[in-house]
Design a protein. Structure first.
Length: 278
């Protein structure tokens, strides 16, 4: 396994490879990342996994500081998966000159998570563009847990004509439904038990949407209230069009319900996607 730290070295190493698959990560690898890598390996053996905790996408210094850093363990997982190339850039190398790059995303980047984490998706997009330019993959894999991120990356690739196929991979869940996330390790024992409530509310909302029990706004408000009463601080629970991410219309067929809420000091996100009629 080649662990590469320097941009120019990466470019030199990848130059002659015919078909490259890319899995960007911020490390602290879990089953969700492993699934992305396994799906990538089905396409080609030339896989690049990047590990970079991107300071540009954190709104709070505290959150950035607390983000789990487990490089040695991550590298041994990647070795076990037979990943041939791992890119672990330093902040200085990757961020050099990057403040001069301004990426304008569609307005939906300022809604949902973007509303509560201003600038977050610009930080994601800036680093993803940089990595795409360095690696020049043919195909790149992202988790559907970050539905809005995946949506915006697809939009970005279209906007900038990157010849890259973007593949979304289903969320991997724990036995009780909690979506795998690096942040789960930060939950207290008590809050870890409570954490599946987020998915439970999304599923309850789905049933109400299908049964048309009340207006979409009322369905959202009922679940926000249920979670808040149970000790969460809800940012949003929102019923959207899976195609545009705009508020779902009453006759919308392809729906995604997205949620973000904080338990203790840990902010969790999740979503479920479904069609009302097949
Ligand atoms: O999803 C993530 O882990 C990050 O947002 C990404 C895509 C690696 C960019 O830093």
């Amino acid at each position: 396994m080649h662990v590469i730290h320097i941009q120019n070295e990466l470019i030199k190493t990848l130059k002659t490879l015919p078909h490259i698959a890319f899995v960007p990560t911020m490390g602290n690898l879990h089953e969700g990342h492993i699934k992305l890598i396994q799906e990538a390996l089905k396409k080609t053996k030339h896989i690049v996994v990047s590990i970079f905790i991107n300071p540009l996408q954190f709104n709070s210094k505290e959150d950035f500081k607390n983000y789990p850093r487990t490089l040695e363990k991550d590298l041994s997982i990647l070795k076990g998966l037979n990943v041939p190339y791992v890119f672990v850039p330093s902040e200085e190398d990757i961020l050099d000159q990057l403040e001069k790059t301004e990426i304008h995303l569609p307005p939906i980047a300022n809604d949902l998570c973007g509303k509560f984490r201003p600038g977050h998706f610009n930080g994601v997009a800036t680093i993803v563009c940089k990595l795409f330019t360095l690696i020049q993959p043919d195909i790149a894999f992202f988790g559907k847990k970050d539905f809005q991120q995946l949506f915006l990356i697809k939009a970005l690739v279209k906007q900038l004509n990157y010849p890259i196929e973007i593949v979304g991979i289903d969320t991997v869940r724990d036995h009780d439904g909690l979506a795998k996330s690096s942040r789960n390790n930060l939950l207290s024992e008590e809050n870890r038990k409570k954490a599946p409530q987020l998915l439970q509310q999304l599923n309850a909302m789905k049933e109400k949407v299908i049964q048309k029990t009340s207006s979409l706004e009322e369905i959202e408000a009922q679940s926000v209230s249920a979670l808040n009463t149970s000790g969460w601080m809800v940012d949003y629970l929102s019923i959207r069009s899976a195609q545009s991410l705009e508020n779902a219309l009453h006759d919308e067929n392809q729906i995604v319900i997205l949620g973000a809420a904080t338990l203790g000091s840990v902010r969790l996100i999740d979503n479920i996607e479904f069609c009302i009629q097949d």
